[in-house]
Design a protein around this ligand. Sequence first.
Ligand SMILES: [Zn+2]
Length: 334
Amino acid sequence: MRAQKYSLKLLLFFTGFVIMTMLFAAEKGDGKKEAEKMKGKYPVTKTEEQWKQELPELNYKILREGGTERAFTGIYTDEFDKGLYRCFACGAPLFRSDTKYDHGCGWPSFTKPVSDNAVIYLPDYSYGMSRTEIRCANCGSHLGHVFDDGPEPEGKRYCINSASLQFIPEKEDKNMKKEGSTTAIFAAGCFWGVEYKFSKEEGVISTDVGYTGGTVINPSYQLVCTDMTGHAEAVKVEFDPAKTTYEKLVRFFFEIHDPTQVNRQGPDTGTQYRTAIFYTDESQKTIAEKIKKELQKKYDLPIATEIVPAGKFYMAEEYHQEYIKKKGGESCHL
Ligand SMILES: [Zn+2]
């Protein structure tokens, strides 16, 4: 009798377990389905093969395969300097330091993202838990999860992997200016010639050549030339808004190169020679997109220029600065 009772209990337990597992599997399917639906809908779309080439192994595992770094091992857990946290994969701004706090969980914790549309939310039922996954809204890379146990008034904890982020301290990030920035960043092939042309434009105060848009920290010219860093050869232009406008500079940018060439300008080929506008605020983005659309009518081929948020700009080696001016000649291949 007792044995029968036990086996009945056991049977009930197993039936319950099987039903729960099935329910759970169904839910899990939904989370995956939603992630699948979003594929190819992000402003930055690259193949997994491209991401694999561009990102260091650990960052790739977390950003692209939804991995999690071990608690207390990430580089930003105890980082409390003032600055901006950008997506490690695409450079999009994600969190500000003034929303970061110490939750004691071993991962960087924030109360809210930099804007409502900086991240997207997906249901995640993996590992027998019901959680909300957060991804970068610009490139779809995995960042972490959001929980309801954060400090008031938001009550939220955005629990983020350090490896999904790149922190730009305020003092270093000259691109953090709000609307009305007087910095413009362009990539249009070999930066020697592009810098030279911009340096002669009216209203331009100074120019710097460097690398941006990639994922490797402090890259060298040699490394960028391997086409493995994701960086573009770029020119940072400081201008006087009383003498010129961002719109004029964008038009000039389109004039001095062939924006329909994909990952090349003349004899220079590779993603480091791609055509790109790195906007430093929303008004620049609007202007750049407007002009690109307008100029498309002049070309048979699609304009390949990517318009993306400015990430960290790494100054190129001194010998590249004002190269044409120092060496003479008109330009490289422009
Ligand atoms: Zn991103």
